[in-house]
Design a protein around this ligand. Structure first.
Ligand SMILES: Cc1cc2nc3c(=O)[nH]c(=O)nc-3n(C[C@H](O)[C@H](O)[C@H](O)COP(=O)(O)OP(=O)(O)OC[C@H]3O[C@@H](n4cnc5c(N)ncnc54)[C@H](O)[C@@H]3O)c2cc1C
Length: 364
């Protein structure tokens, strides 16, 4: 059985930042990533990120990923196992994983879960036809594998992901027939929405998909307008001939390992689903198990990186590393998180965290 001081699960921005921060204080790290490459969602983000310069705003997502990978590989105390999927965290502290068809056992002193999020699906007739994708899957197809998903797309969801992926589809030469959004307003940044509208793509708010149709794969979709009670408006139906329907309807924190490790969990809609209770330093109710990034509540890469750093420093500090600097690093990370969440986009997260803390007090 492999023994290690800190085990990090997930090599996205949160996991990579955690690894660099904890190793920087002297801890030994093993980072497990189920994919064959590190970077998480960042590997497919070809657009320039917003936010603050401290979190590399203005750089393209994949460039930020390369930067974080560079910071990790500069640390001799970080060992990375790619193509390794963590399967379970057990009562005795043993973590099991699968690599090359082999079942591995690891005994860490501390664990940081940084598994990110998965795409949400919505229910409508024929939603299992080939040609219906999550927006993240479309991004992976196009930006990682160089494959376009089809010729003409209906995008469902006008949050940032729906808007950005629509723009990237246009850049790849794919026609976007429309973006539909059930809410009465566009959820994503208006700068992205304006670019898409300028390219001639209609963004239809208060609209939903009623059904997909096609023999072997998607041939079209029926959409309709919604009234103020979210009911279909009779006579507003439209038929769109498309061969791809792309769903950008949100993400859910990937918390199965936290459930299995018996962390106290709560459903917080503002954080996009079930999330673990944790203290300010991201330690959950299972002692020595920390969370960071989208798994702790869906936000952005910027906050994932800062949370990763905070969890990494805190886990290393609890093992006796960085006694002179860790409290200052923790305070700096907490201040950065407050700053990131101080804008309008951060209000939802703050509300969610407040709810989570209130529920936490009831549990403790
Ligand atoms: C289309 C799109 C556009 C975006 N644009 C922006 C933007 O402009 N600005 C911004 O700040 N953010 C943006 N984001 C959000 C950002 O990408 C995410 O918030 C961020 O990647 C979350 O980081 P993470 O490390 O928590 O998770 P992820 O990046 O999802 O990484 C998690 C990693 O864990 C691995 N993993 C999961 N389960 C296991 C397991 N059991 N065993 C081993 N490994 C596992 C996964 O393979 C993955 O590599 C965007 C996201 C999308 C989808």
């Amino acid at each position: 059985m492999k023994e290690v001081e800190i085990l990090i699960i997930g090599g996205g921005p949160a996991g990579l930042s955690a690894a660099a921060a904890a190793a920087g204080l002297g801890a030994n790290i093993l980072l497990l990533e189920r994919d064959d490459r590190l970077g998480g969602q960042l590997v497919k983000q070809t657009h320039k990120f917003f936010g603050s310069k401290k979190q590399y705003a203005g750089e393209r997502g994949y460039q930020i990923g390369d930067l974080l990978i560079g910071q990790c590989s500069a640390q001799p105390k970080v060992e990375v196992w790619p193509e390794t999927t963590v399967l379970g965290i057990y009562e005795d502290g043993v973590v099991t994983a699968e690599k090359d068809g082999q079942h591995l056992k690891i005994k860490p002193q501390k664990i940081i879960v940084a598994t990110g999020a998965s795409e949400k699906m919505i229910a409508f007739p024929n939603n299992d036809l080939p040609g219906i994708y999550g927006a993240g899957a479309v991004q992976t197809l196009m930006n990682v594998h160089g494959i376009v998903p089809g010729r003409r797309v209906l995008m469902v969801g006008a949050g940032n992901i729906g808007l950005i992926v629509s723009y990237q589809l246009l850049q790849a030469g794919v026609e976007v027939a429309a973006i539909i959004e059930a809410a009465p307003t566009i959820g994503g940044y208006l700068v992205h929405a304006s670019k898409i509208r300028r390219a001639g793509v209609p963004i239809l708010t208060s609209h939903t998909i009623q059904e997909a149709y096609g023999q072997e794969s998607v041939e079209g979709a029926r959409i309709c307008r919604l009234d103020e009670n979210w009911q279909a408006v009779a006579g507003s139906e439209q038929d769109l001939k498309v061969d791809v329907i792309c769903l950008a309807v949100g993400l859910s924190p990937l918390t199965e390992l936290c459930f299995q490790a018996d962390c106290a969990m709560n459903y917080i809609p503002e954080l996009s689903g079930h999330v673990p209770l944790r203290n300010d330093y991201l330690e959950t109710t299972r002692a020595g198990l920390y969370v960071a990034g989208d798994v702790s509540g869906v936000e952005e890469a910027s906050s994932a990186m800062v949370e990763g750093r905070l969890a990494g420093v805190s886990a290393a500090y609890s093992l006796g590393y960085g006694q002179d600097v860790a409290p200052r690093l923790q305070a700096e990370a907490l201040a950065e998180l407050s700053e990131l969440r101080s804008g309008p986009a951060g209000q939802k997260t703050l509300q969610g965290l407040k709810k989570l803390m209130a529920k936490g007090e009831a549990v403790c």
